[in-house]
Design a protein around this ligand. Structure first.
Ligand SMILES: Nc1ncnc2c1ncn2[C@@H]1O[C@H](COP(=O)(O)OP(=O)(O)O)[C@@H](O)[C@H]1O
Ligand SMILES: [Mg+2]
Length: 254
């Protein structure tokens, strides 16, 4: 399997006068075609790491290499178009734009990159809505949709440009467990169909157990990293419980 992303000695600090280091010398390669889950306690640096891998934030030092290309060589505009074309994001809070309908929200990443969407792109948006069960909601505004429906719109939006990779930060963290299961299954199915890579931060043990690889971050470092390859779900779950990981699936994770 090819590496889609390689992180080379990533460090991240915040602050000028008081400097707080959040990530320490992270080396990591993410394989193409795998669902990778990051777990770990609140405040351990998962979101920061995801934002750096997703090219939303720059590391303080170290390199991000995506599909063999060192991203630090790109200027701001190149970075923005690279991100828009290759990467889809799903956050815990969907960040839909309230003044646009569900369908328009789904089309926004296309609009930003290429302007008015042609018929086939609108068709893809309709297909995605149908695929995830919100085909009735295209004309509705976000405040007319339930939390689960809004998150499904956000998922369709992340997929509209057929990204190479989807970054999801606690995408079901705001949903009840039944809706969360449905949304996760749909996301995994579509990602498989589209041959998109999925990299997700989650505090949900069951979701982590369904990933191909689980990486635990503690205090800004990789604490454990295992590939689930060919293990059954139950075995993985036991593994997650018995590993030296401090992960506890605690509620209130951010
Ligand atoms: N923009 C920022 N400025 C200052 N500190 C930050 C910023 N973003 C995150 N942090 C700090 O970095 C640490 C890791 O945060 P985060 O990556 O959000 O952790 P997690 O997602 O694992 O809960 C926390 O201590 C947080 O307060
Ligand atoms: Mg977080």
């Amino acid at each position: 399997m090819d590496d889609i992303i390689v992180l080379d000695k990533i460090n991240k600090s915040y602050g000028d006068e008081v400097v707080v280091q959040v990530l320490f010398d992270i080396d990591l390669s993410i394989k193409s075609g795998q669902f990778t889950a990051f777990i770990g306690p609140s405040g351990s640096g998962k979101s920061t790491l995801l934002n750096i891998i997703g090219l939303l934030e720059a590391p303080t030092s170290g390199n991000v290499i995506m599909e063999g290309q060192d991203i630090s060589g790109l200027d701001k505009n190149e970075l923005a178009s690279y991100r828009n074309e290759k990467i889809g994001f799903i956050f815990q809070f969907h960040y839909l734009l309230p003044e646009f309908t569900a369908l328009e929200n789904i089309l926004i990443p296309y609009w930003i990159g290429k302007g008015k969407p042609p018929k086939e792109v609108v068709g893809r948006a309709m297909y995605l809505m149908e695929r995830i069960g919100i085909e009735q909601s295209g004309g509705k505004y976000p405040n007319q949709l339930s939390g689960g429906q809004q998150q499904r719109v956000a998922i369709a939006r992340s997929l509209i440009n057929r990204p190479k990779i989807i970054f999801a930060d606690e995408p079901t963290g705001n949903l009840d467990s039944k809706t969360s299961d449905i949304v996760m299954e749909l996301l995994k199915e579509i990602v498989r169909e589209d041959k998109t890579n999925l990299v997700m931060v989650t505090h949900d043990r069951d979701i982590a157990a369904g990933a191909d690889r689980v990486i635990e971050i503690v205090d800004g470092r990789i604490n454990c990293d295992f590939t689930v390859d060919r293990m059954g779900r139950e075995e993985v779950r036991r593994e997650l419980e018995h590993l030296a990981c401090t992960f506890s699936g605690a509620a209130g994770e951010s």
